[in-house]
Design a protein around this ligand. Structure first.
Ligand code: KG4
Ligand code: ZN
Length: 331
C-alpha cells in the first residue's frame, strides 16, 4: 500500500507548529516555534500578540518542516489543521494558511479537533496502541476523561466543571512567584518538598473534576502566610490534584473493565503524575501510556496523526472551514 503523508498545522495557542507524519504513526518532521519567551513578561499568553507571532513565522515553519522531512509539497497527500478549541485569532492564522495551501496545491483539507490531536500524540509514541481505550487528557485548557471507541469516535465520560488542571498549575506557580509557564516550575520545586499541607480534594458522584477549590486554597494559604514553605506547598498541590485524577481513572477503568489507560496533554509531562500513574498501573495490573514529552505539549505531529485517521475515514473540509474556539470533542 502507498504511504500516506499528512502535513499537520497547529496554531491554537502560543506554539506555531508544522509537521509531516507518515501513515499516522511516523514523525518525519515536527517543527515548533514556541512564543513562551515573548509571553513570559506578561505572565500568560496575550491573544493578540500570539496571533501576530503565528502570522510572522508560519510560512517559514512550513518550509522548514518540508525540508527536515526531505519532501516537497507534491509528496503531501493531505493538509490537516487545528480547527479548535483554542484562541480564535490564533486558530484563524492556521486555518487560513491551511486553506490557502490546500487551494493552491489542490490537496485535501482536513479539520482536526485539538483535543483529539492530543490523544493521537500517543499513536506516534506507541506504534501498537489501538482503540478502544480510556484516555485522560490533562492540558492547559482541558481536563477530560474520554472513552476512545475508535480512531474517530469519542465519548466524554467526565470533564472539569471549572478550571483546567494546567490552568491551576499555572496559577499556583504565579502566586508562589515561579512565573510562567508554571507547570514545569511547580514540578521541579515540588521535588524539594514534602506533601505535608492539607488541601481540599473534590470528588463527584460521576467522573467530573474540579480544580478551582484547590487553586483558591493555595492562594489563601500563601496570602495568610507569605513565608509558607513553597516547595511543600507545590508538593502538596501536586499530590492532591493527582489524587483527584487517579481516583476518577480508577472508577473509569473498573466501569469499562479496561486493561489500559492512556494519558495525554501538556500536564502529562509532570513527573509526579507519571510516577503516580505508573504505580496505579501496577496496582490494577493494567498498562499506562504517555506520549514522549515533546508530543505532550502542543505540536503539529499530533494534529497530523489525528488528521490521518480523519483522512482515511474520508472526512474532508473545504474553503468554508472556520475556526471554532469552543469546539467540543467528537463534533
Ligand atoms: O497541552 P498544552 O501544551 O496546551 C493546551 O492545549 O492547553 O499544555 C500546556 C500546559 C500548561 O498549563 C503547562 O504549565 C503544563 O501544560 N505543563 C505542565 C508540565 N509541563 C507543561 N504541568 C505540570 N507539570 C509539567 N511538567
Ligand atoms: Zn494542547
Amino acid at each position: 500500500m502507498k504511504d500516506i503523508l499528512v502535513m499537520g498545522i497547529e496554531s491554537s495557542c502560543d506554539e506555531t507548529s508544522v509537521s509531516i507524519v507518515k501513515n499516522g504513526r511516523e514523525v518525519l518532521s515536527n517543527c515548533i516555534n514556541s512564543q513562551i519567551k515573548i509571553h513570559e513578561e506578561y505572565g500568560g499568553v496575550v491573544p493578540e500578540i500570539a496571533s501576530r507571532c503565528h502570522t510572522e513565522v508560519i510560512n517559514g515553519i512550513m518550509k522548514q518542516a518540508l525540508k527536515e522531512a526531505n519532501v516537497t509539497l507534491d509528496d503531501i497527500d493531505a493538509i490537516a489543521v487545528t480547527q479548535g478549541p483554542g484562541l480564535v485569532g490564533a486558530l484563524l492564522v492556521g486555518v487560513s494558511y491551511a486553506k490557502g495551501l490546500s487551494y493552491v496545491t489542490g490537496k485535501p483539507l482536513i479539520a482536526v479537533n485539538h483535543i483529539e490531536g492530543h490523544i493521537a500524540g500517543n499513536y506516534l509514541t506507541h506504534k501498537d496502541l489501538k482503540p478502544p481505550f480510556i484516555c485522560l487528557i490533562i492540558s492547559g485548557g482541558h481536563t477530560h476523561l474520554v472513552n476512545v471507541k475508535s480512531y474517530n469516535e469519542f465519548e466524554i465520560l467526565g470533564k472539569t466543571r471549572d478550571d483546567a488542571i494546567g490552568e491551576a498549575f499555572d496559577k499556583v506557580a504565579r502566586v508562589v512567584g515561579l512565573g510562567y509557564p508554571g507547570g514545569p516550575k511547580v514540578d521541579n520545586l515540588a521535588k524539594q518538598g514534602k506533601p505535608t499541607i492539607k488541601l481540599p480534594v473534590t470528588h463527584f458522584d460521576n467522573l467530573d473534576f474540579s480544580f478551582s477549590g484547590i487553586k483558591t486554597a493555595v492562594i489563601n494559604l500563601n496570602h495568610k502566610d507569605p513565608n509558607i514553605d513553597k516547595a511543600d506547598l507545590c508538593a502538596s498541590f501536586q499530590c492532591a490534584v493527582t489524587e483527584m485524577l487517579t481516583s476518577n481513572v480508577k472508577k473509569a477503568i473498573k466501569e469499562f473493565s479496561s486493561n489500559k489507560i492512556v494519558i495525554a496533554g501538556g500536564v502529562s509531562r509532570n513527573s509526579f503524575i507519571r510516577s503516580s500513574f505508573d504505580n496505579l498501573a501496577k496496582e490494577l495490573n493494567i498498562k499506562v501510556y504517555y506520549p514522549e514529552p515533546v508530543l505532550c505539549t502542543d505540536n503539529a505531529a499530533m494534529i497530523a496523526a489525528a488528521g490521518y485517521y480523519n483522512y482515511i475515514n474520508e472526512e474532508r473540509a473545504d474553503m468554508r472551514l472556520n475556526a471554532i474556539p469552543n469546539l467540543k470533542i467528537g463534533e
